[in-house]
Write a protein that binds this ligand. Structure first.
Ligand code: ZN
Length: 318
């Protein structure tokens, strides 16, 4: 048995077991925290903060926005800004084997009932799934899914959450990396998710794709799971013509990310299809940048095999 499959076997032994100790909320569900959350999100439904508005809907107290399910049991923060959490042994297993990278890839929540002001939330966390080794854009790794079961002060279920992370070997730690490549900082790579993978696959083929709702025809960008107009989850990708105009821009001087050149113009381009996207400029000296100028899509191979869209001034030849 090789080392990798041995690790997988050890991880599989965690299936169905507690991923971490049960956690109880430090505070009951309360309106001040709900109000802060709603203000940050832009949520204006009064039943979340106003007892009368909640009563008018038949609730005995202000109700908690369902998406706050996880908020009450979140770990406290250290002064360093890091969360103080119990270690999750199944993830530590991967850390110790060199799969030190972690990125959250999916969160799915289900709600059984509204939490009400005064409820006390707790959760248990169970290791739900461990994938075989996968080769991803970030490096080789395993997807680990943890199922959180949330309950109220009476132990009755109020909701659950599937939280999936990718534990991966960072590419720099992999032996295939040539020493010379370590000297020159790499151009930052996008975080590929289930929702935007089609977009980046299109980019790699030098196609700029826009999501089009299958129900109402609304075009949207950046990529997302649902239509902001009609909420349909069905969509197709359409190829952009590549023509647009400069809607706005900034020229970044600081902070400087290794691998990029500064001053760095960042363009907000309005495509003729009506959606806007953020892109780099090409053959576009800072003094020539003007809002409203016509732009045309082109492609830049920023590193061998890694292509990004960029926009150059459009001379308007047809
Ligand atoms: Zn739609």
């Amino acid at each position: 048995m090789n080392e990798a499959s041995d690790l997988y076997t050890q991880a599989l032994a965690w299936l169905g077991k507690e991923a971490t100790r049960p956690v109880e909320a430090r505070d009951p569900v309360n309106v001040p925290m709900i109000r802060r959350w709603c203000e940050a999100i832009g949520e204006e439904n009064p039943i979340y903060v106003d007892a009368e508005a909640a009563a008018a809907q038949g609730f005995p107290a202000p109700v908690c926005p369902p998406a706050m399910l996880e908020v009450w049991t979140m770990a406290r923060f250290r002064h360093t800004g890091r969360a103080v959490e119990d270690s999750i042994p199944v993830l530590t297993l991967f850390d110790e084997a060199g799969y030190t990278g972690v990125v959250a890839t999916n969160i799915e929540q289900e709600y059984d009932r509204y939490l009400l002001e005064g409820d006390r939330v707790s959760y248990t966390a169970i290791v739900d799934e461990v994938s075989p080794e996968k080769r991803t854009g970030l490096g080789i790794g395993h997807f680990v899914t943890i199922r959180y079961e949330f309950a109220d002060q009476n132990g009755a279920p109020v909701g659950r959450m599937l939280f999936r992370v990718l534990k991966f070997k960072p590419k720099l730690a992999q032996p295939a990396t040539a020493p010379a490549a370590l000297d020159a900082p790499k151009h930052p790579r996008p975080a590929i998710t289930h929702d935007n993978a089609h977009y980046w696959e299109g980019i790699s083929r030098r196609e700029l794709l826009i999501q089009k709702c299958s129900s109402c025809g609304h075009l949207r960008h950046p990529p997302g799971p649902g239509c902001p107009k009609c909420r349909s989850l069905d969509w197709v990708a359409v190829k952009a013509s590549g023509r647009g105009t400069l809607y706005s821009f900034v020229t970044v001087h600081q902070p400087r990310i290794p691998g990029l050149q500064y001053p760095l113009p960042v363009l907000l381009v309005e495509l003729e299809e009506g959606v806007r996207l953020i892109a780099n400029g090409l053959d576009l000296p800072p003094e020539d940048i003007a809002i409203g100028m016509p732009l045309r899509l082109d492609w830049v191979e920023v590193e061998p095999g890694y292509v990004l869209p960029a926009f150059r001034p459009d001379a308007g030849e047809g």
